[in-house]
Design a protein around this ligand. Structure first.
Ligand code: GLU
Length: 408
């Protein structure tokens, strides 16, 4: 995955006429924390915190607990975070963390022990002005609460602004849970408006109906009555209904730990994940892990629009093929930036001792996402670039202009 991110960076650098060593400096990772977490039960796991770049502000990024977490992925995701915060205009850098495990194999007490031990190792290197942690795949406000509490015990600092995506009771921001999905809906609305396709009814399929994917569906349902959700998947199977699905109902089903392979409703079919990717819909939303579309399945994609709500869901070779085939791909560093944007707003509220209304948070989120989409789209049009290249160019230009350490 890191190769794929580096390839996009290299191509963008060439397009911008940057010296090769500037891109090399931009690729360089500041700090890599690689360690093992040993649980009292004897189980042990590989853990990571990769701090890519802090030229624009403290490192920022989520922590995922997943069996596919590895060093290459962590480096790639940390690099993408630096590009994402830069493209969104935030005063933050980029980092990523994770632990390699299937969280289903641990009980609640073990997950808490794991989260606390993760911080017990890292606490000298993180905090509100150094590195601000957030949830990612398989982590949420509960994990942030354990981590924040451990940080406070070890440092004596209440550390609220060192963690985002917290529960509202623990200083979290209203609107943070839905923020990534909401940002994606706004970005897609704006893209369709720019492409002048916003006025008609469109069909959507959402691959990966976790936190991000389900909120994308729910917010779309609220804001865009003409968008019809016809399919959604989890890691095992997908549900499909030509007549349309209720995102809210599906979200409730998933929150109660339901599995789509066992979804039983009249007029809803259970189909395979491969079938979802190849559905004849207008918009395919990829809200799962990286590499959901690769050379193996890219030819099956029929949707004209692809929204990268996960990080790196379209592999680079598939990206080239699909864009040449006339597909429009709304890139991850813009499409899913809503999460880190509201994390930034949470960090600000914590630092200033404020609590904003949900409406105020959503207004700021919309403003920042709209600006990013507008800039990306006009640069793509003016310079005949794909949207991802334009987004990368925006991010790299900002990093070079504002980060003295990256100038040649
Ligand atoms: N994990 C999310 C992402 O990949 C959010 C990161 C954050 O809020 O720091 O963008």
């Amino acid at each position: 995955m890191l190769d794929s991110v580096h390839m996009f960076m290299k191509k963008t650098g060439q397009y911008l006429g940057l010296p090769a060593d500037t891109i090399e400096r931009l690729k360089a990772i500041d700090n890599e924390h690689l360690f093992k977490i040993h649980l009292n039960s004897g189980k042990s796991f590989a853990a990571y915190r990769i701090q890519h770049n802090n030229q624009l502000g403290p490192y920022k990024g989520g922590i995922r607990f997943h069996k596919s977490v590895n060093l290459d992925e962590m480096r790639a995701l940390a690099t993408l975070m630096s590009l994402k915060t830069a493209a969104a205009g935030l005063p933050l850098g980029g980092a990523k963390g994770g632990v390699t495990l299937d969280p289903q194999t641990l009980d609640e007490a073990e997950l808490e022990e794991l989260s606390r031990k993760y911080i017990a190792h890292l606490y000298p290197h993180i905090g509100p002005a150094k590195d601000v942690l957030a949830p990612d795949v398989n982590t949420n406000a509960k994990f942030m609460g354990w981590m924040m509490d451990e940080y406070e015990k070890l440092t004596g600092d209440d550390g609220q602004a060192g963690f985002t995506g917290k529960s509202v009771e623990q200083g979290g921001s209203l609107g943070r849970d839905a923020a990534t999905g909401r940002g994606g809906v706004i970005a897609l609305e704006d893209l369709l408006a720019l492409e002048k396709t916003d006025d008609r009814a469109i069909t959507l399929a959402i691959q990966g109906f976790g936190n991000v994917g389900s909120y994308f569906g729910v917010i779309a349902e609220e804001l865009r009555p003409k968008w019809h959700l016809v399919a959604a998947s989890d890691s095992e199977a997908a549900v499909y209904s030509a007549a349309g699905l209720s995102a809210k109902q599906l979200q409730n089903f998933k929150q109660e730990r339901g599995r789509f392979k066992a979804y039983a409703q009249t007029n809803v079919a259970v189909i395979s994940n491969d079938n979802l990717i190849s559905l004849d819909v207008d918009v395919l939303v990829l809200a799962g892990l990286e590499n959901a579309v690769t050379t193996a399945n890219m030819k099956q994609v029929k949707a004209r629009y692809i929204v990268e709500m996960g990080n790196g869901p379209v592999a680079s070779e598939a990206y080239d093929y699909l864009t040449k085939a006339g597909k429009v791909i709304l890139p991850d560093i813009i499409a899913n930036a809503g999460g880190v944007i509201v994390s930034y707003l949470e960090w600000l509220q914590n630092k200033q001792g404020e609590h904003w209304t949900e409406d105020k948070v959503n207004r700021h989120l919309a403003k920042l996402i709209k600006q990013a989409v507008k800039n990306m789209y006009s640069s793509a049009r003016a310079d005949k670039l794909s949207l991802k290249q334009a987004a990368f160019a925006m991010a790299i230009q900002r990093l070079i202009e504002e980060a003295p350490g990256l100038k040649s």
